[in-house]
Design a protein around this ligand. Structure first.
Ligand SMILES: NC(=O)c1ccc[n+]([C@@H]2O[C@H](COP(=O)([O-])OP(=O)(O)OC[C@H]3O[C@@H](n4cnc5c(N)ncnc54)[C@H](OP(=O)(O)O)[C@@H]3O)[C@@H](O)[C@H]2O)c1
Length: 368
């Protein structure tokens, strides 16, 4: 085992262990009012060896500020929110060409101008977009990847993307071509690190052989535990960091959604997802009840426990909750202050494991 890899495991394990303590009930005011400044937010490593990246232990998903989460806030509010996140120590920002499309990268590019060099900027390619609309097709053709990266760099107002993900595996293009193209972009200095999203084991191995993969970004939360089947073990084996997207299960785990919740159908994918149909929302509610009960007894919110649950799974996991609200951002950073004993986590897991999850996460499963 390389020295770097040993360090990756050791450093990360320490970080994870620090979240496990004897139960000491914290008052909710302690948890919610704690001011976290940039120097205080802990860091984690995604990946190992030369391809590892040090990032803040929580990231910020910026998608919802422009796309798929109903109402789009005023642009200045979102810029202030992103800057507030930086002030709080969140230096791992997630966007993609397709969010908007394009407008989210433009927003993020504007917001990060004052501190671009001090953050890890992530974007993604892989969808076919024509006349400002997604065609529904995938496109990871090497020529297309290069075009997308040039356009993303302009929108992000930067000369390098720190972590570039393939958004979805494109079955038409061999993974070796995709990884090879990103490898060239890395050698040209336009990209620093390579990531995949929702890729299956075979694609991950193929990609990693050609160009080291620093992070896999896939859906993972208490409600969507699929990566525990075979993906997390593979990431550990290969030294690839894991970035859970939709870590709050698109707001469901916060308790803010119910069976009557109305989504803005023109800009929200949740009304199309089986798990957001009224019967599934009701059937899965036991999970929210458990999080709320454990949280209320200890001074944490359901959202904080849902994020902390991810953080204790592995030291190289870095969730990227999305929000359009400063108060939610502040609340979410409080997940780093959650301290539960190993025993309490196992009791919570035991209760959660008894709940059968109703409804698929997507109407048609992503390509692998
Ligand atoms: N790779 C991929 O295919 C993929 C897919 C989806 C998402 N992503 C990335 O992952 C990020 C996060 O995913 P997501 O937005 O789908 O899901 P999420 O982070 O699980 O949930 C976001 C939703 O939760 C709400 N929320 C956040 N904090 C809250 C709190 N403390 N209390 C109550 N509500 C709260 C937000 O509403 P408010 O605005 O009201 O706070 C928003 O509607 C995205 O921004 C994007 O960068 C990647």
């Amino acid at each position: 085992m390389s020295k770097d890899r040993r360090y990756f495991i050791k450093a990360g394990t320490m970080d994870c262990l620090s979240l496990l303590v004897k139960d000491s009930p914290a008052s909710s005011s302690q948890t919610l009012n704690k001011v976290v400044n940039k120097n205080q937010m802990s860091k984690r490593f995604l990946g190992s060896g030369n391809h590892r990246i040090e990032v803040s232990s929580l990231g910020l998903g910026c998608m919802g500020m422009s796309f798929h989460r109903s109402y789009i806030p005023d642009r200045d509010c979102s810029i202030r929110l992103i800057r507030k996140a930086y002030e709080l120590g969140v230096t791992f920002l997630d966007t993609a060409e397709v969010y908007g499309p394009f407008t989210n990268e433009e927003l993020v590019g504007e917001a990060i101008k004052p501190f671009r060099k001090h953050i890890t900027l992530c974007s993604k390619f892989g969808f076919d977009i024509r006349d400002n609309k997604m065609t529904g097709a995938l496109n990871s053709h090497p020529v297309h990847i290069r075009k997308v990266v040039e356009a993303s760099l302009k929108r992000l107002k930067t000369d390098v993307i720190d972590l570039l993900y393939q958004h979805r595996v494109d079955p038409k293009i061999p993974m070796s071509d995709v990884a090879g193209t990103v490898g060239i972009l890395i050698r040209e200095g336009k990209v620093r690190h390579f990531g995949l999203s929702e890729a299956g084991p075979e694609s991950i191995r193929q990609a990693h052989q050609v160009q080291a993969v620093s992070a896999l970004q896939s859906e993972y939360s208490i409600l969507t535990r699929d990566p525990q089947k075979n993906i997390l073990a593979l990431c550990e084996e290969l030294g690839i960091g894991f970035v859970p997207y939709s870590p709050l299960s698109r707001a469901y785990l916060t308790g803010y959604i119910n069976e009557r919740t109305c989504f803005n159908q023109a800009n929200d994918n949740r009304h199309t997802l089986p798990r957001f149909q009224p019967e599934a929302v009701i059937a899965n509610w036991g999970i929210v009840d458990i999080l709320t009960r454990y949280g209320n007894e200890r001074g944490y919110t359901a959202a904080q426990l849902a994020l902390a649950w991810l953080l204790v799974q592995k030291p190289w996991i870095v969730p990227i909750p999305g929000t359009t609200k400063t108060a939610h951002l502040q609340e979410n950073t409080g997940a780093l202050d959650v301290r539960l004993s190993e025993r309490t986590w196992s009791e919570l897991n035991e209760e959660i494991s008894k709940i059968y999850i109703t409804g698929a996460r997507y109407a048609s499963p992503p390509t692998h």
